[in-house]
Ligand binder design. Structure first.
Ligand code: CAA
Length: 394
């Protein structure tokens, strides 16, 4: 078993770190306060290849593995989680979904634009009455021969007003339950698409989260993804990969809070010595470092399993569940370490604490991850490779 990253993976991590520290950090506090979308930063992310990292080069992407993508998300998330969620949705939900399950015509028409950041994509599953219970889709897509007609409302859509392409999940035949659900590529400027106001959120405030309304939107049949009735499974498969990206985001938040806390604890003195020398603070840092390492093992392993074509359903849920919980717990402690300074925006940790919360909610709440893990466990399919099969795949 080896825990070493390749030269290429190390280079990706370094490039992402440099970009985050030099290009994202200046202005991140202001964008968060004013809820300003990071237009220039997203453009730069496209130019640097961060928006289509795993897409094959023939469609304009970087052709990288999931672990490289995870390392990049982690570095960006130490600094700016609005940028990292935009990156995560575009890469692991939208690009990966179209490349893996779309037709060649869909890949050529759309993936080339999405992989370079010319277009940003959105994943439209959640509804006012269908969040965790994703099969209860009220949005309908009725078959009219050569096209479907789409009607309904989607909620909490990341990249809602800035995306040019929506992956929309909708019910075409309610009698069939989840087997009647389809997934579609919908161009955002189609007639009948209306975008709601940007949500005023606790965290990831500069990212663009909106409601989207579809009224009698005509969707050509060639824009359906996969065979009739594949939409729910498509959503689940895409989210299984997406959860690795959000787990990496949580890991990055945790790492960012840790780095800031270590620096601060060295600089700040109390009772005649740096606070890092007080056990009350040193033990908090020790706890943080243990959970960072544990999160890394879970997140990197889930990415590795995906790259090695193994069943990573439970592993991705475990990584997200653990890393998001650790990010939430330890960002609260990072604020505590900073004392009064932690409570003001200038010191960054209060923003990371606010950003951490969403990692326990989106792409499946922590409770949903426990549902996925326990169901697999009870089926006798924990999906965790034992040492022997791991060694065989190394
Ligand atoms: N991969 C492939 N197929 C899967 C699957 C997976 N990971 N999970 C379930 N399925 C299949 C099942 O095998 C089943 O198929 P069959 O009937 O053919 O056997 C079918 O899907 C239905 O599965 P369930 O019976 O398990 O369905 P359920 O109603 O009990 O729900 C759930 C399962 C896991 C709770 C699911 O509803 C879920 O994941 N909910 C959370 C939704 C979610 O994550 N939303 C996030 C919104 S997107 C977002 O946040 C993006 C963003 O902007 C940041």
């Amino acid at each position: 078993m080896t825990f070493e990253l390749s030269e290429e993976q190390l280079a990706v991590r370094e490039a992402a770190r440099e970009f985050a520290q030099k290009e994202l950090k200046p202005g991140v506090i202001d964008r968060d306060i004013k809820m300003v979308y990071p237009t220039d930063q997203v453009k730069a992310m496209g130019e640097l290849g961060f928006l289509g990292m795993m897409v094959s080069p023939e469609y304009g992407g970087g052709g990288m593995d999931t672990l490289s993508y995870v390392l990049a998300i982690e570095e960006l998330s130490k600094v700016d989680n609005s940028c990292s969620v935009i990156m995560s949705v575009n890469n692991s939900l939208v690009c990966w979904g179209i490349e893996t399950y779309g037709t060649e015509a869909q890949r050529l028409k759309y993936l080339t634009k999405l992989a370079t950041g010319e277009w940003i994509g959105a994943f439209c599953l959640s509804e006012p009455e269908a969040g965790s219970d994703a099969t209860s889709q009220a949005t309908t897509a009725i078959d009219h021969g050569d096209h479907y007609v789409l009607n309904g409302t989607k909620n909490w859509i990341t990249n809602g007003s800035t995306s040019k392409l929506h992956l929309v999940i909708a019910q075409s035949n309610p009698e069939l339950g989840h087997k009647g659900i389809n997934a579609f590529i919908v161009e955002a400027d189609s007639e009948g698409v209306a975008i709601g106001a940007k949500e005023d959120k606790l965290g990831i405030r500069s990212s663009d989260t909106t409601t989207i309304m579809y009224t009698d939107v005509k969707v050509p049949k060639e824009n359906r993804i996969g065979p009739e009735g594949f939409g729910f499974k498509f959503a689940m498969k895409v989210l299984t990969g997406g959860r690795i990206g959000i787990a990496a985001q949580a890991l990055g938040i945790l790492g960012g809070a840790y780095e800031l806390s270590v620096d601060y604890a060295h600089q700040r003195a109390a009772f005649g010595k740096p606070i890092s020398k007080h056990q009350a603070i040193a033990f908090k840092l020790a706890d943080m470092s243990v959970d960072i390492e544990a999160s890394k093992l879970l997140v990197y392993r889930a990415a590795w399993m995906k790259d090695n074509n193994m069943d990573y359903v439970s592993s991705s849920s475990m990584a997200k569940l653990f890393a998001s919980g650790a990010a939430m717990r330890h960002t609260v402690e990072a604020v505590q370490i900073h004392g009064g300074y932690g409570f003001v925006k200038e010191y960054h940790v209060e923003r990371l604490m606010r950003d951490a919360k969403i990692t326990q909610i989106y792409e499946g709440t922590s409770e949903i991850q426990k549902m996925v893990i326990s169901r697999n466990l009870l089926k006798g399919q924990l999906n965790v490779p034992d040492m022997k099969s791991t060694m065989e795949n190394v």
